[in-house]
Design a protein around this ligand. Structure first.
Ligand SMILES: [Zn+2]
Length: 376
């Protein structure tokens, strides 16, 4: 789906032009209620403007309208909409413009969910689009959901000249309110280099160069910290910040498994247990407490890694973490370290490869423990 976005200079209003090739007889999607469809064409023919019906997408508080365009597979569908942005964590001010899935500013849900989105927006030189790509020739910023675990058109525009950037070892921290965020930004950069040094000693190398960007938004419409691939957006400075950073940086060694399938458990269990081993190093007591909590949950939850159809289960992140907690309890933390090293040594990370590598290294029992949770 191609989406060209234009923004009003003075108020939080947008205009969007969408085009896509239809896969079925209809294209159904939802948009935030204040956005109104202005025109639609399918296969070059004008379409009547759809009425739309009220729709909610819990837990998002945003009020939506659901629309359907009829057509046929292979037909080119184009439509335009405009209106005011709404919903939580919306920033539209001098230093920053930020809107995302929370604001349902682009087609979401139903058929739109399966469509990767390629966004373009005009680049007048005054903004920097975080995780965007600049097309200087055409005077555009580009943003795509392709290749992202979380398929969010996360628009985060920072006004040039208003932001301070601290950089160290693949981590960039950006802030615009020095009195509030400068100390935390320095702390984040320091912690990142300590975490990286630990991972270098654990894994023996630097891992994939996975750049991490942290953005401290100014105090604003809500309190939140959220993560997108390689991006952490904060309006507060969370208590568990060290762990959050350690998890994200842990992905440098666990990010090569297919994140669209059940194999994603390797990415998340790998990153989270890298972080937990770091906690064990710097705060052994805290680590024991975390382990205890995980073991309690592992006691009552099913630890099935692969659903029957091999799809991506909602709890895929947690299941592997809990399984490794049980392995840690039974065989000790070094057993988990050996699993992480085996995982890290694989070019393409998948469960079959991990099991084979563990067996090759003589860890047959650990391979059996994991295997027992693939189909249970
Ligand atoms: Zn993760």
């Amino acid at each position: 789906m191609d989406l060209h976005l234009e923004m009003s200079d003075s108020e939080a209003r947008i205009h969007a032009r969408v085009s896509l090739t239809m896969r079925g007889e209809a294209f159904r999607f939802a948009l935030a209620s204040p956005l109104k469809i202005e025109s639609a064409r399918c296969g070059g023919r004008e379409l009547p403007l759809p009425e739309g019906g009220d729709y909610r997408m819990p837990p998002l508080p945003t009020e939506l309208r659901a629309y359907t365009f009829a057509g046929h597979p292979g037909a080119e569908l184009e439509f335009e909409y405009s209106g005011a942005l709404s919903g939580p964590l919306l920033y539209y001010r001098r230093e920053v413009r930020h809107f995302s899935l929370y604001n349902c500013w682009y087609p979401v849900a139903f058929d739109a969910e399966a469509e990767p989105v390629d966004v373009t927006l005009p680049d007048g030189g005054e903004w920097e689009l975080v995780q965007g790509e600049r097309d200087a020739e055409r005077g555009l910023w580009r943003y795509t959901t392709r290749g992202r675990t979380i398929k969010d058109c996360n628009i985060l525009l920072l006004r040039r000249g208003e932001w301070t950037r601290l950089e160290s070892g693949g981590v960039s921290v950006l802030y615009c309110e020095p009195s509030r965020a400068a100390a935390a930004a320095e702390e984040a950069v320091r912690q990142c280099s300590e975490i990286r040094a630990f991972y270098r000693s654990l894994y023996g190398h630097d891992g994939e160069l996975r750049d991490l960007t942290l953005v401290y938004l100014p105090e604003g419409p809500g309190k939140a910290a959220y993560m997108r691939d390689g991006l952490v957006v904060l309006t507060i400075i969370p208590d568990d910040f060290r762990h959050l950073l350690a998890h994200e940086l842990g992905h440098a060694h666990a990010c090569r498994a297919d994140f669209g399938s059940w194999e994603d458990w390797l990415n998340e269990a790998g990153a989270e247990w890298s972080a937990l081993l770091y906690e064990r190093e710097v705060d052994p007591e805290g680590f024991e407490q975390r382990l205890e909590v995980l073991l309690k949950i592992a006691g009552w939850r099913s630890l099935r890694l692969r659903p029957e159809d091999g799809s991506h289960p909602d709890d895929v992140h947690e299941t592997g973490v809990l399984l490794f907690a049980k392995i840690c309890e039974k065989y000790g933390p070094d057993a988990v370290r050996r699993i992480l090293l085996s995982l890290d040594s694989l070019g393409r990370q998948d469960t079959a490869g991990l099991l084979a590598e563990l067996r090759r290294r003589g860890d047959k029992e650990l391979a059996r423990e994991i295997e027992a949770h693939i189909d249970v």
